[in-house]
Ligand binder design. Structure first.
Ligand code: ATP
Ligand code: MG
Length: 250
């Protein structure tokens, strides 16, 4: 059974159709990506999942209608959401504090993770004193420590330079394998999607519909050179969109 299942989800803002028809599945422990052009409606889909906005269609979690959004999802927003006036340690505890965990207990929970996230020694630094990659790792630390059922990652590496982005993708893939996270990632980077995902949903431009559901059968850990043919196929779908094939969940 899918952990998360969306069936024909739609969303309009006033007269603006943003999501036309989104059906997708994420199984337990899977890494699934949503790949689509800028402005397609990808972040809007996460707004629906986190309960910030309401749409039409069905959203199921473990087979039941999705209601308790906060229990299921740990959300890393598209923009670096670290608070500049809080030290990295206290940024990392934010999600737990929002859940009602006292700051001291929250610090005790996040502190051991700093080494694993490559942030040891930077606990008392402010965000502006870190590199872009480190800031994104801090934001991810804050997200995963909430121990929700699923990670929602909205272009976590979109603002990074190409080299740092590649390093972060490798690091994330390794962390995902070690921690058995269930993850849904938004990206417009084809290579990133192929490198990280078990399955990729390719979306059209706004109003977004699923053009293709593409399983990625490549062995892990991924060999970046083995992915070139699949990357070329997906780029072709994005650049020459055809009506939906292979997304026939009803
Ligand atoms: N709260 C809102 N009210 C009105 N329109 C909105 C709102 N949120 C998003 N939109 C519109 O929905 C469309 C899709 O926006 P969205 O942020 O979901 O795109 P995206 O696929 O995440 O783009 P990008 O890849 O650039 O992040 C845009 O035209 C945007 O202006
Ligand atoms: Mg977005």
């Amino acid at each position: 059974m899918s952990r998360l299942e969306l069936r024909h989800v739609r969303k309009a803002f006033g007269g603006l159709d943003v999501l036309a028809d989104i059906s997708l599945n994420v199984g337990a422990g899977e890494f699934v990506s949503i790949l689509g052009p800028s402005g397609a409606g990808k972040s809007t889909l996460f707004q629906l999942l986190t309960g910030a906005e309401h749409g039409e269609g069905e959203m199921l979690f473990d087979g039941a209608p999705l209601d308790d959004h906060g229990r299921h999802f740990a959300f890393m927003p598209q923009r670096d959401a670290l608070m500049p006036w809080r030290r990295i340690l206290d940024n990392a505890t934010l999600g737990l504090e929002v859940q009602g965990v006292k700051r001291k207990a929250a610090r005790a929970r996040v502190a051991p993770l700093f080494a694993e996230f490559g942030l040891a020694g930077f606990e008392r630094h402010f965000p502006a004193q870190l590199s872009g990659g480190m800031r994104q790792r801090a934001a991810l630390l804050r997200t995963v420590v909430q121990e929700r059922d699923m990670l929602l990652l909205d272009e976590p590496f979109g603002a990074l330079d190409a080299l740092t982005r590649t390093a972060m993708q490798r690091w994330l893939e390794q962390m995902w394998r070690e921690h058995h996270w269930t993850a849904l990632l938004i990206t417009h980077d084809v290579r990133e999607a192929v490198f990280l995902s078990d399955c990729i949903y390719v979306l059209s431009a706004r109003p977004a519909r699923v053009l293709r559901e593409i399983p990625v059968p490549l062995p892990r850990p991924r060999d970046p050179t083995g992915a070139a043919a699949l990357e070329a196929e997906i780029l072709d779908i994005l650049l020459n969109p055809q009506p939906s094939k292979g997304n026939d969940h009803d």
